[in-house]
Design a protein around this ligand. Sequence first.
Ligand code: SIN
Length: 280
Amino acid sequence: MYSHIQVRPLSGALGAEVFGASLAGEMPQATIAEIKRAFNEYQVIFFRDQEASDHDLARFARHFGDLAVLPPHRQHPGQFPELLVIDKKPDTGLVFGWEWHSDTTHLEVPPLGSVLAARQLPPVGGDTMFANQYMAYDTLSDAMKAMLDGVKAVHSNSRILASLEVDDVLAPGQGLGNKDGTMSAVHPVVRTHPDTGRKALFVNKMHTERFEGMTLAESQPLLNYLYEHSTRPEFTCRFRWEPGSIAFWDNRCCQHLALDDYPGQRRLMHRVQIRGTRPV
Ligand code: SIN
């Protein structure tokens, strides 16, 4: 199947480790083509033992599209604007990405995907989980699929902005939103992946507020069911970080969750995002 890289699946649901490719420096086109295939096949891919700088991450990500600057995130002096620094310090109360989500779906055009590199890890803990949203859609009943067909949902960043403890990452009030930094967007509840043509469930607990045209109270029971269903253990994989690990996930067809299980320790990650297309 693959002749330029080796691919080792991580679970029966999604995720694969990719060997035989170095993200530091230029990559042969044939290797990039196979990485793109593995990305579409497994939704999230992982690299081990990499010595990739932040600029290497950016160069790798650009093989998949332009980089996206996420407006509500704090910029760090001396770093390029597309770099997101996720720094959970020993005294930070809440980890960034603490519940299941797709990245920044409060934007009209959420990212295609993100490349995340470990820079400093706790001795144990701090794994990241991923959930396959094609599977989440495919396993709904035909009646539920028909009911959700054409339904849209309102997504916002208000829950994140309310979490002051992730203040190290977010810069409330900065960017394109309202005065208080709140932004919202409306997306289809089921989206079709532009490359694979497959349908994926596209709601997440961190950002989705309600169905368009419905109240919060009317929306909540079904949304709660969809959150629970979309992250069933059999749809997931769990990635254990090591120094030099890099993850690259497809934001259009998987959700993820950063486990908050290393109190009193520091975990420092660097991330770049690739610009996506409007969900349809
Ligand atoms: C995120 O992008 O949500 C953070 C993931 C992580 O730090 O593991």
